[in-house]
Design a protein around this ligand. Structure first.
Ligand code: NOJ
Ligand code: CA
Length: 552
């Protein structure tokens, strides 16, 4: 093979694996940066911050939905899968953003929401104005209601956000919505639905998108007959073994096999990561190369800040991902959970639901040790960034942002709050627009207000306040991500002997990471100190809740 061809082939091979150990930064576009003073972040806002993103040394951004949407569920209710919400920009703005990110060496992942559309999608509107049994209705899951005139729902099932999972349409039929009523579920047994999503995957891939994050990947295939429906109790008691009527059915993988063929039409192949809240032992089917290629595990996100718990999770997930031919994924925060700087400062650290309850009941300040939370967050992140596999970071965690508490009810947006009054506080507290400057309207997010209220004092977390400041969260992320790029080698890890409450491992090339999860100082092994998550106060000693990177 001539040399230039060989070089090209080698580059393509290297490129094809870019995702395996990538640091991926999740952008929630409506809360990132607003360039036209309407209070909503937009795509030109992302483009205007490419230098900032580059300064983080991340490999990719994942954009939560930016498609046209009534925002019944923060954009996860999509009106049109192949367009941009006019409030966020245009397709030209999308192209300009992608170009600028690519020029900065940052890949682009978009969110694809295949389980449901919004009720404003043209297909759903057509379904509503068509008859029972029509082709239009067959793209969604319409069923006859019970009772003489269909006035009762087909089942007593509840939606994830609370309230009934069926909505009547006035002619005796009801449609299924696992989430908000503005999010009707697609019928994936219908080939038209399948073909349309293949078109969408190609549409964005043709525009240069490098990968996809697949929303609710485990719910697409359903088996919902017309008779003998299980009750909600029966449904809840059914095992998730591939035969459940809704969740994680085996047939869902036929869909992803088809998607994989589309991904592989591109060079390098487009990547995908499944958001599949399945039983751990069923993740490999999503993560294998013939499927989506990678799957989230949310195990660390749900773990206590505890050495033994972390070790078990890390060992399990590395082995499992490797057996599937994939690499694993680490996540502490995203747009759906209480931010980890806050979670780690609460008594029931490992239980995101407990954190939500704490928020619900007035976010009692006495229960929160914010300084400890942030310190542990730094330690956990520095450990995460030393692990083999991909690290998924959520915008604002690089600023150490806490969960915003006390958003007035009237300003809340999350359907989980409204549909579940008094039971769920919702996810608005982690979606508050980023502070870029120490003062000014919306702390530099834009020239006017922010669509979710920022608390007074948010400026102390701003990029401006932390930029260049030694010891700031931002500089810790920058240094760690830069070093990670230099040190990252093969996807392997070797545990080193350590005291109880401490985890230590080495990576190829002599990179050692040691984390003290305990509340007492612990001995620090010898080696060249590369980076620590907190200042060291005594020689050869690793303080409580601190991580150090060394070269052995
Ligand atoms: C998971 C997304 O992360 C969440 O934000 C959304 O509400 C649901 N899927 C429904 O699309
Ligand atoms: Ca805007």
């Amino acid at each position: 093979m001539p040399l230039d061809e060989l070089q090209q082939a080698t580059t393509a091979a290297v490129d094809a694996d870019w995702w395996r150990q990538a640091a991926v930064y999740q952008i929630y576009p409506r809360s990132f940066a607003d360039t036209n003073a309407d209070g909503l972040g937009d795509l030109p806002g992302i483009t205007s911050r490419v230098d900032y993103l580059k300064s983080l040394h991340i490999d990719a951004v994942w954009l939560s939905p930016f498609y046209p949407s009534a925002l019944a569920d923060g954009g996860y209710d999509v009106d049109d899968y192949r367009n941009v919400d006019p409030r966020l920009g245009t397709l030209d703005d999308f192209d300009a953003m992608t170009q600028a990110l690519h020029a900065a060496g940052i890949r682009v992942i978009v969110d694809i929401v295949p389980n449901h559309s919004s009720d404003r999608h043209e297909w759903f509107r057509a379904a509503l104005s068509s008859e029972k049994g029509s082709e239009e209705r067959n793209r969604y899951i319409f069923r006859d209601g019970l009772g003489e005139h269909g006035e009762l729902p087909p089942t007593d099932w509840e939606s994830i956000f609370g309230g009934p999972a069926w909505e009547p349409v006035g002619d005796g039929q009801w449609y299924l919505h696992l989430f908000a009523k503005e999010q009707p579920d697609f019928n994936w047994s219908n080939d038209e639905v399948r073909q349309d999503f293949l078109k969408t995957l190609r549409f964005w891939s043709d525009r240069g998108v490098d990968g996809f994050r697949v929303d609710v990947a485990h719910a697409l295939a359903k088996n919902i007959g017309y008779e003998n429906y299980p009750s909600k109790e029966e449904l809840a008691a059914m095992p998730w073994d591939g035969t459940h009527p809704i969740w994680d059915r085996d047939e869902v993988h036929d869909i992803y096999a088809q998607w994989r063929e589309v991904f592989n039409e591109y060079d390098p192949p487009r990547t995908a990561v499944a958001e599949a809240w399945t039983d751990a032992d069923r993740r490999p089917a999503y993560a294998r190369a013939s499927g989506l290629g990678q799957a989230f595990n949310f195990d660390l996100l749900q773990a206590d800040f505890d050495a033994a718990a972390f070790k078990k999770i890390i060992t399990f997930n590395l082995a499992q991902a490797a057996a599937a031919g994939s690499s694993t994924t680490w996540v502490y925060s995203n747009h759906d959970v209480v931010r980890h700087a806050t979670r780690y400062g609460l008594p029931a650290v490992g239980d995101p639901d407990a954190a939500k309850k704490w928020l619900l009941h007035g976010a009692d300040a006495e229960q929160l040790d914010a300084a400890l939370g942030l310190r542990r967050a730094h330690a956990a992140t520095l450990m995460e960034l030393a692990l083999p596999g991909s690290a998924y970071l959520y915008q604002g965690e690089e600023l150490g942002l806490p969960e915003v508490t006390g958003i007035p009810d009237a300003q809340r947006q999350d359907p989980a709050f409204f549909r579940n009054k008094g039971v769920e506080v919702g996810r608005d507290g982690c979606r508050v627009p980023l502070p870029w400057s120490t003062s000014g309207p919306s702390f530099g997010f834009g020239e006017s207000h922010a669509h979710l209220p920022q608390p007074a004092g948010f400026g102390q977390y701003s990029v401006a306040a932390q930029d260049g400041q030694d010891g700031s969260t931002l500089e810790l992320y920058r240094k760690a991500l830069k070093l990670r790029r230099e040190l990252q080698d093969e996807e392997s890890l070797r545990w080193l002997p350590s005291e109880p409450g401490v985890l230590a491992f080495s990576r190829p090339g002599g990179w050692v990471c040691i984390t003290n999860f305990s509340a007492e100082p612990q001995p620090l092994p010898a080696g060249e100190l590369l980076l620590t998550s907190a200042e060291l106060t005594a020689e050869h000693t690793l303080p409580a809740a601190t991580t150090a990177w060394l070269r052995a």
